[in-house]
Write a protein that binds this ligand. Sequence first.
Ligand code: GLN
Length: 453
Amino acid sequence: VSSVELTQHFLDRIRHEDTRYNSFITVTEDEALRDAKAADERRARGEATPWTGIPFAHKDIFCTDGVRTTCGSRMLDNFVPPYDATVTTRFRQAGAVCLGKTNMDEFAMGSSTESSYYGATLNPWGDNLVPGGSSGGSAAAVAARLVPAATGTDTGGSIRQPAALCGITGLKPTYGRVSRYGMIAFASSLDQGGTMARTAEDNALMLNVMAGFDPKDSTCIDRPVPDYTATLNQPLKGLKVGLPREYFSDQLDGRMAGQVRAAIAEYEKLGATVQDISLPNTHLAIAAYYIIAPAEASANLSRFDGVRYGYRCENPKDLMDLYTRTRAEGFGEEVKRRILVGTYALSAGYYDAYYLKAQKVRRLIQQDFIEAFKSVDIIMGPAAPTPAFGIGSKTDDPVKMYLEDIYTIAINLAGVPAMSVPAGQIDGLPVGLQLIGNYFDEARLLNAAHQFQ
Ligand code: GLN
């Protein structure tokens, strides 16, 4: 098929199906068909790469030159970036065809996509269930076959948890593997762009495009990028798998534990050896994250002041009124909660008690992983505590929502890469197995995921 036909097929699916799921904030039909035509011409000239003419979507956190980029917020409802994120540029250069921008929790703060200014996204697996978040639009769009692949970002689980809840495969790379330039910042020391698609192989193809050094992001690491598809078929014989005791405690739902253990038994059949390990500081991860991430967010979001770009309140009477009303009207409840917590944690007199302490805990958590990877190649566990939950069931209790991140957040604090891979179902709803790797070991994760699929 031609790229124009393929693109038209997915655009039709979006038009007919997405009224149900609300997985897209913006659909760029005209641009997509124009790019598809150009891709077909490029292919005819023999200049194609594996991505030339392939449709995909971007989470609406990646800046797209000339296409509105909202980050799920009223604050950026009218924001049309004059430049591309580096991730956007790389897909463009590969000839991929972007169909639009996917829904997300406002400023990526959330685990259900319910905090979006554009309304919740629904999980295609059930009635009135959340798709997870914050990259819930990307996950639902891939699961509903509205698009074959979509970008995501993961600050505390926002790729892996929605991938798990929607039954798709998602990868958060090592911090610094993918450029953050043009990716709207939430918590800069944790944010990392990554891949969401049906299979590990498709994730590998995406990472081939996304990974690599970028002089525009000072935390992006200059290190060769392997061909992630080249090692997918390596046998797993001798792979050393670690199971953290802390992830399999009696707090883990019994049926979830059963699914995850069944998946691990499959790995043993594929030649892996399994041992128990300990990540002793796991229980501190949520507390540390919910200081560090809001602290960084409070600084990053100070740029939305009604002066430079984005939302501005009507008829401000002076500068103070402009700031306060713009921010009061432009930000949603969860974003305000984070700004308040973060500002408090960073304020003089509380800095040592909260922020500094959280940073020390972060180092301990990182050391847990460094220590564990001295004896194992991959760590496995659940990606999320439960399958998809009902719309509205956690929105009135922020701490309940924060506990969704219990198996994913430590990974961001340490900066190591991790994936969620579909591993069976509970009551007809998908469950994710989490694979955690050592720094820059994405190829091994993708290999292990591919062998399992
Ligand atoms: N659920 C977490 C939060 O609300 C993580 C979100 C993310 O990874 N962007 O902060």
